[in-house]
Write a protein that binds this ligand. Structure first.
Ligand code: FAD
Length: 368
């Protein structure tokens, strides 16, 4: 069975309408998530042998996943963040977990489970103490997407000796959930919050892979292409809104506005080309050096960020004050994209990539 891209495409307006309603109260997009689940978006990342399309878990699924994440991003960046976290978890389990674990995960996904990857530590970083077949957790995670809605989180936790493990844990205990931070400007529908793991005991078989696997390259850097694919959706949506609103106001023919439309389209296409390139390289780890993949995806991350920031500026200047009026959908889209683009350690990402390619050329596309 092929993935229903047309149906997903058709429901983007519905996702956007819910995102608009949810923005004020910072409500979680329950309806949109149910729609995506019904379309098979949450199971698409499972390997084909587990009833999925291999989107993200098998090399052939990279371009399908790019298209799927981009379409979700068109409709709602908040939902895109949730889906991207879910896919990320399935990908890491496929890479580092056992087949038996993947089979359990697949059964849970087919049963409606939502996965997430929570690595950003709270004020007290997540620590683990292993003993006699069990692990006790202390501390918590912050900026965790979908907290209170995600059923299983893949978390990183450090031992006293500093080894970092991935653990797959149930996170349905709502008494451990703390919503917020209050007043987040954008991405208010992503259900971001803290989860306190202190005192939680889990079986030792919750560990996925070996210590250090989470930071193993190229996966650690390469995985960022999926977040770019969601951002790409937001960038493309804003470029479309710019064109539509300028045309509706009879302002699209002014030469300066035409230049903005052209520049926004160039930026959006640049984001697409870099994301596509990153996705293709990440899907071919046997054909490229680990450092080439990691550094190219890092450059792509910065290129997509730059494209997004450029489109934000173009929309603000092109639409003027109208882009700052809450009732204009562009206003929320701008806030959501600006917030989404804040990914970890951008300076380090650029410098590491620049360092790698100082004495090497970028891998060429024709070699992929
Ligand atoms: C809506 C939303 C959902 C999220 N969902 C999740 C989730 O589900 N799971 C999860 O794990 N995380 C999640 N996060 C957190 C996210 O992945 C990033 O950690 C966060 O957005 C990074 O933000 P930052 O700009 O503060 O990054 P930072 O890395 O703090 O960067 C800020 C600036 O400081 C610079 N900088 C960084 N380190 C240093 C340093 N040591 N010295 C000097 N300068 C430095 C950077 O280059 C950059 O210029 C989410 C965040 C948001 C907003």
């Amino acid at each position: 069975m092929t993935f229903p891209f047309e149906a997903l495409s058709a429901c983007r307006a519905e996702l956007e309408a819910e995102a608009t309603i949810n923005d004020g109260p910072a409500a979680f997009p329950r309806h949109g998530l149910d729609r995506l689940r019904a379309l098979g978006v949450l199971s698409a990342a499972l390997p084909q042998a587990c009833g999925g399309h291999g989107f993200g878990t098998e090399a052939h699924g990279a371009s399908g996943l790019l298209h799927m994440l981009r379409l979700v991003g068109h409709g709602s960046l908040a939902l895109g963040r949730i889906v991207e976290g879910h896919v990320n978890a399935l990908r890491l389990i496929a890479c580092y977990g056992t087949q038996a674990r993947m089979a359990q995960v697949a059964a849970a996904v087919h049963d409606g489970a939502l996965f997430g990857v929570w690595v950003t530590d709270g004020a007290q970083p997540l620590a683990m103490e292993a003993g006699d077949g069990a692990v006790t957790l202390h501390g918590g995670k912050a900026f965790a997407s979908g907290v209170g809605h995600v059923t299983h989180a893949l978390v990183t936790a450090a031992t006293q000796g500093g080894n970092v493990h991935m653990l797959l844990v149930g996170v349905a205990d709502t008494s451990r959930v703390h919503h917020g931070p209050d007043g987040l400007a954008g991405m208010r529908g992503a259900g971001t919050g803290r989860y306190d793991f202190t005192g939680m005991g889990v079986q030792a078989d919750c560990m996925v892979g070996q210590a250090g696997d989470y930071l193993r390259q190229p996966e650690f850097s390469a995985g960022a292409w999926r977040a770019m694919a969601v951002a790409l959706g937001g960038i493309e949506r804003l470029a479309t809104v710019l064109r539509e609103q300028l045309a509706a106001r009879g302002r699209a023919q002014a030469p300066a506005q035409q230049a903005r439309i052209g520049d926004a389209l160039i930026a959006a296409e640049t984001a697409f080309l870099w994301t596509h390139r990153a996705a293709m390289l990440a899907a071919a780890p046997d054909r490229h050096a680990t450092g080439d993949i990691a550094a190219t995806v890092n450059l792509a991350r910065l290129a997509v960020e730059r494209a997004g920031l450029e489109v934000i500026g173009l929309v603000q200047r092109g639409l003027g004050l109208a882009a700052f009026v809450r009732t204009n959908p562009a206003e929320r889209l701008l806030r959501d994209l600006a917030t989404y683009l804040r990914q970890p350690a951008p300076d380090e990402t650029l410098c590491e990539a620049a360092g790698w390619f100082t004495h090497r050329d970028l891998p060429r596309m024709e070699a992929t």
